[in-house]
Design a protein around this ligand. Structure first.
Ligand code: PLP
Length: 451
């Protein structure tokens, strides 16, 4: 082990002494001193067990402690721990082959990055170079990463916090978010197809105002993640694809959270048969066993750079250990039919979510696709007043979160929502275990419902 002796009891205090924590006010951090993990559980240094309903950071799709992946990482480290980004290595060769088999047809080449944010950064550089245009259109209810360019792409308040110091050239549009659709508040009877068409018209109008010839790409999370698991309604994604084609605009799908089996298919786009020009991924690509992101691109985009240099790259792009981890993760997912299992468990989770709607007046709506779910909590089902304000907190949501964690379930709450993204290997019994805790916790928010 290390020359520096550190007992389990010291891990928390010693970490607090030297670390600057991301996404946190330094005086308010309260990290879990985590020690080990296995399957859908992890344990802290005191031996407390947590059921991981967030796959850590929505990434440990194959579950914790997979020995095949750990072996692959160890073997790669022993043979070749590092090679420069310009070198050809065995894991680079193997991963490319594996990825080609699972990504949507037509995506042929892969640029490897360190994570999701820089995958999106590279995707927009590729799109800008390929089209010779500058603007990127993204949606308001989106998160695309925390580097300066990716923050600019992000539509939600995490971007607003850094304005005006973000990359210029991004224009935002509205999401097809039926539960809180401004256009449809008084028109609940509108068909799903018409609903999609209204949002496609909105997008096309913005494209007209901005000038189609100035727009390089539309970039969107295929299924919105932290902003509420917004699942494309019928015809929407196909409609966006058609609009992009009409104006020579590239379609970039951010599958950082929705990819690698999360929705019950390898990639969320597979549900609608839509083929993006560029697709970004990270998180589930290595299931969190090592940092890695990737941009998958169409052959034509690859060929555009045949005689032109692609100006961009980082020292650790294509790190052999990360590539080996990703290759092993994909093999495990295929051998153990994890994507199919996620689809089956998605059906089970949907039923459990629907039970919550019946039992709890504070549940306004539930949505899910595969093992990617959300519970929207409201104070009033009629007005849909959220349990916490937009971009804010409330005592009830804090109490709910605290209770769930105390009961040993680790999950992510966002404003007035609870997100559900367990590891894809979860069993019905383990799902039930988590839902029983959520069921009890919802009594806290039920008490706030206006009668
Ligand atoms: N895109 C989406 C949809 C994400 O959910 C995230 C991270 O949560 C990112 C991009 C950024 O990925 P990373 O944190 O690996 O930079």
């Amino acid at each position: 082990m290390y020359m520096v002796y550190m007992s389990d009891e010291e891990i928390l205090s010693a970490s607090l002494e030297t670390n600057f924590w991301t996404w946190s006010a330094q005086g308010k951090v309260n990290p879990i001193p985590v020690k080990r993990a296995d399957g859908v559980y992890f344990w802290d240094v005191h031996g407390k067990r947590y059921l991981d309903f967030n796959s850590m950071v929505m990434c440990v799709n194959i579950g914790h402690g997979n020995q095949r992946v750990i072996e692959a990482i160890a073997n790669q480290a022993r043979e070749l721990a590092f090679a420069g980004p310009g070198m050809a290595t065995r894991p680079r060769a193997v991963l490319g082959k594996l990825l080609r088999e699972i990504v949507p047809e037509g995506l042929t080449h892969f640029l490897y990055t360190l994570g999701g944010a820089d995958a999106n950064e590279n995707a927009i550089k590729l799109a800008r170079a390929f089209t010779g245009r500058s603007k990127i259109l993204t949606r308001y209810r989106s998160y695309h990463g925390a580097t300066h360019g990716a923050l600019a792409l992000t539509g939600d308040p995490r971007r607003v916090a850094w304005e005006p110091y973000v990359m210029p050239g991004v224009v935002h549009f509205l999401d097809p978010y039926r539960y809180r659709s401004t256009f449809h508040l008084n028109r609940p009877e509108v068909s799903e197809e018409q609903f999609s068409q209204d949002y496609l018209n909105h997008l096309e109008e913005i494209i007209q105002y901005e000038g189609p010839h100035t727009i390089a790409a539309v970039l969107l999370e295929t299924v919105t993640g932290t902003n509420g698991v917004i699942i494309p309604p019928k015809g929407y994604l196909e409609g966006v694809r058609a609009i992009c084609d009409r104006y020579g605009i590239l379609l970039i799908c951010d599958e950082v959270m929705s990819g690698f089996g999360r929705t019950g298919r390898w990639f969320a786009v597979d549900h609608w048969g839509v083929k993006p020009d560029l697709m970004t991924m990270a998180k589930g690509l290595t299931s969190g066993y090592a940092p890695l992101g990737a941009v998958a691109m169409r052959q034509e985009i690859y060929e555009f750079f045949m005689d032109r240099e692609y100006v961009g790259g980082l020292t650790f792009n294509g790190h052999p250990i990360s590539l080996a981890a990703a290759a092993a993760v994909i093999e495990v997912m295929k051998d153990e039919h994890i994507v199919e299992h996620a689809a089956e468990m998605g059906v089970v989770m949907k039923e459990m979510l629907e039970e919550l709607v019946e039992r709890h007046p504070s549940v306004g709506e539930v949505r899910s696709i595969g093992l990617f779910g959300v519970i929207e909590l409201v104070k009033d089902r009629k007005t849909r007043e959220p349990m916490a304000p937009f971009n804010g907190f409330s005592a009830e949501m804090n109490a709910l979160r605290k209770y769930i964690l105390e009961q040993g379930v680790f999950l992510y709450t966002h404003w007035h929502t609870i997100l559900l993204l367990p590891p894809l290997i979860i069993t019905p019994e383990q799902l039930r275990e988590g839902f029983e805790v959520i069921d009890r916790a919802l009594e806290i928010t039920d008490r706030m419902v206006k009668t």
